[in-house]
Design a protein around this ligand. Sequence first.
Ligand code: HEM
Length: 134
Amino acid sequence: MADLKQITLKEIAEHNTNKSAWLVIGNKVYDVTKFLDEHPGGCEVLLEQAGSDGTEAFEDVGHSTDARSMKEEYLIGEVIAAERKTYSYDKKTWKATNEQDNKQRGGESLQTDNIVYFGLLAIIVALVYYLIAA
Ligand code: HEM
């Protein structure tokens, strides 16, 4: 990746129209001008991000692996080292995963609790029935 053209945020900001639309995803610069009409999510969302950093918007949509590799066709360079931002892909993934895990775990423990309560209730009912019958 050493050969990638180094581009400043100032230069990127100038390409924010449908005549020339650049956007930054993960510090890489993509020229999506030709892709505007082909983007399944529409040209508006791309133009909204054009000239700026679209990493968060791109990640929020949860683009497919296909979409991720597709964007490499439009790669034209990368943000100069001094102006790069760190976007924590890991943290985001972990956050989402943990939330999901917690929900799942919550659901599971609730189910387990219900089974225990139901079992106790059944034992009590059986005991009462036994005592009455005796
Ligand atoms: C070069 C960059 C991009 C490429 C190659 C790309 C590609 C794609 C592809 C292939 C899809 C179809 C669904 C999928 O396969 O995930 C899609 C959907 C979509 N994209 Fe992008 N995209 C790019 C950037 C963006 C950005 C910056 C946004 C900003 C919000 C965006 C918003 C959306 C939305 C809203 C959808 C529709 C999702 C749906 O209907 O379920 N995309 N994109």
